[in-house]
Write a protein that binds this ligand. Sequence first.
Ligand code: Z5A
Ligand code: MG
Length: 215
Amino acid sequence: PGVMACKRGALIVLEGVDKAGKTTQCNKLVQALQQSGRPVEMMRFPDRTTTIGKLISAYLEKKSDLEDHTVHLLFSANRWELVPLMKKKLEQGTTLVVDRYAFSGVAFTSAKPGFCLDWCKQPDVGLPKPDLVMFLQLSPAEAALRGQFGEERYETSVFQRTVQQKFEQLMKDPSVNWQVIDAAQGVDEVHKDITNYSLNAINIAQNLPLGELWK
Ligand code: Z5A
Ligand code: MG
């Protein structure tokens, strides 16, 4: 008798501007999927624990300066270094819930003067393609109600508005499965929307091969 092929896990990404609730919702989604008995793990980018991640973290904390192209490539390298692990987990049937991915990479660098969207996308072409990308939509006014900006680089309202526009450009690409979530709702309402889309994506992904991003 043949052995049943193990159904793969889904790659689920949460994106959005500052304070949209990505980390809150990633945690809640992982908890809910765990409680329903599904194998799931959380990941986040940047992953500040690796050697490359430490360079990025120092940059974000303004403890070091890095040239803009250089830091863009480091963010991408930080994703690529985790690809073998991601593929292994997905093949084993584990769903990955990821806090930011290549879309943040492109939106943040292309918000800087002199960078076009296309150049910014190239280093991430071919990454594991998310089965679902949920964009937590929150207006700058609503984000302001969630407290002051922090001390890290990029945490200014002018820059965040440009980032939002870049995300909107990226969301026009129909090759990516985008779902816009109203992040101005209460935590539990947002969670309900996210869980519904995720369960659907997990069901569909299990019978499909993992895709390649922007390829
Ligand atoms: N970056 C880049 O440049 N290139 C790349 O390739 C990548 C990232 C991957 C670090 O990201 C920076 O790196 C980021 C982009 C850049 N720069 N910025 N800005 P990060 O992920 O480490 O940033 P963060 O500070 O952890 O996340 P965040 O965006 O600021 O927040 P969030 O995760 O979206 O939100 P949260 O922490 O879940 O919630 C924020 C607050 O709102 C908190 O007090 C919550 O309790 C509250 N909250 C959450 N949900 C709600 C609802 N529904 N109602 C009311 N209040 C809420
Ligand atoms: Mg966060």
